[in-house]
Ligand binder design. Structure first.
Ligand SMILES: Nc1ncnc2c1ncn2[C@@H]1O[C@H](COP(=O)(O)OP(=O)(O)OP(=O)(O)O)[C@@H](O)[C@H]1O
Ligand SMILES: [Mg+2]
Length: 258
């Protein structure tokens, strides 16, 4: 855990897993559950270029970190960027401007993976700024669509909680296992746990061959409400209690997050 300048202890949770297993749904419900805790502030970070989390939280994205980055690169190429101090001050301002705020939730979209050509220094500046922004929050929830290496490279050097999501498929479980191995190198998490999503009851859970290296936090059944909210494009922040919310609550307390 990292203690922010404000004295807060920030828990940084990266939600990762195979495509389509429910990362965005879990991230959105997680944001909702954490933001309901008294006096807690949550930063939700959408690392999916298609803005899945923004949609699930009912937020329209007006500016992304990627756009800020590209504009800075243009200014550097034209020799108009100023010195290091000016660059950092400008980026800091722009990232804060890009935050969308809803009550005690702030939202930041990362945007597209960067174009060819290494502007590592710019990435580093941005990561430092995101790291300083996150200190003002109790929780940071990252919908890590692009995988853990990209989270490390583009969003955050360290996460405290690696939240793996898988469906019942052997492939989903294998991907979760691999992400955990890569994450140990890439982001050095403190806690890691697996949520099994869309299971069809205890029988199915009993049939799964779970890798021993993964710590299972719990399982979520098929939830028609998740489906319906997705179809309607409604904000998960307004979702009434259902299997997803209840089960995720249990998983999170096992993970020491609630
Ligand atoms: N517990 C659940 N019950 C019913 N439907 C679910 C559940 N979890 C997820 N879904 C549905 O599964 C689909 C994929 O979910 P989601 O978008 O959250 O996955 P994802 O891992 O973020 O996908 P991607 O890798 O494309 O970003 C969505 O249509 C969502 O409504
Ligand atoms: Mg997604």
């Amino acid at each position: 855990m990292t203690a922010g300048s404000t004295g807060k202890t920030t828990r940084v949770i990266a939600v990762c897993g195979k495509g389509g297993v429910g990362k965005t749904s879990v991230s959105a419900v997680l944001t909702r559950l954490l933001s309901n805790l008294p006096d807690k502030k949550v930063l939700a970070v959408d690392a999916d270029p298609a803005f899945g989390l923004a949609g699930a939280l009912g937020i329209a994205v007006s500016r992304t970190v990627d756009q800020i980055r590209n504009r800075l690169i243009e200014r550097i190429q034209q020799g108009r960027a100023g010195d290091r101090r000016e660059i950092i001050a400008g980026l800091d301002y722009e990232v804060l401007e890009a935050l969308e705020e809803r009550r005690n939730i702030a939202f930041l979209a990362i945007g597209r993976p960067e174009l060819e050509g290494c502007y590592c220094q710019v990435n580093q500046f941005l990561k430092e700024i995101i790291a300083s922004v996150h200190k003002a929050f109790d929780y940071v929830v990252i919908d890590g669509e692009a995988g853990i290496e990209q989270v490390n490279r583009r969003v955050m050097e360290k996460v405290t909680h690696l939240l793996l999501v898988s469906d019942a498929s052997a492939k989903g479980l294998r991907v979760a296992e691999t992400i955990q191995i890569v994450a140990a190198r890439a982001v050095g998490y403190e806690h890691s746990g697996l949520i099994l999503n869309r299971l069809r009851g205890r029988d199915e859970q009993a049939r799964l061959r779970l890798p021993e290296t993964l710590k299972v936090l719990g399982w979520i059944s098929e939830d028609d409400m998740v489906r319906d909210f997705d179809i309607a494009g409604s904000s998960f922040l307004n979702m009434p209690d259902g299997p997803m919310i209840q089960s995720l609550g249990v998983c999170l307390s096992r993970f020491g997050l609630l």
